[in-house]
Design a protein around this ligand. Structure first.
Ligand SMILES: [Zn+2]
Length: 78
């Protein structure tokens, strides 16, 4: 309800480790289902997706390349 005109939904991916904005894009509402969020359970979804209703923004917790590299890098040196 209350959704008029604009069909787009802004989605902002934020690194949950360093809080950096990884990516921001606008997707059609119908496109939301095609995001890689579809496989998530509703509970997982609520855990990683925050809705900013005022800004009409979808905040998705993720990991940036740097933090992923640090995680999978094993040693963590440099
Ligand atoms: Zn990060």
């Amino acid at each position: 309800m209350g959704v008029e005109g604009e069909r787009g939904q802004r989605v902002r991916y934020i690194c949950e480790a360093c809080q950096r904005v990884i990516e921001e894009m606008e997707v059609a509402e119908s496109g939301l289902a095609s995001l890689d969020l579809a496989f998530l359970t509703p509970e997982d979804r609520e855990a990683i997706i925050k809705v900013d209703r005022e800004k009409k923004l979808l905040l998705v917790s993720s990991l940036c390349d740097g933090c992923i590299a640090a995680l999978v890098g094993g040693g963590g040196e440099e």
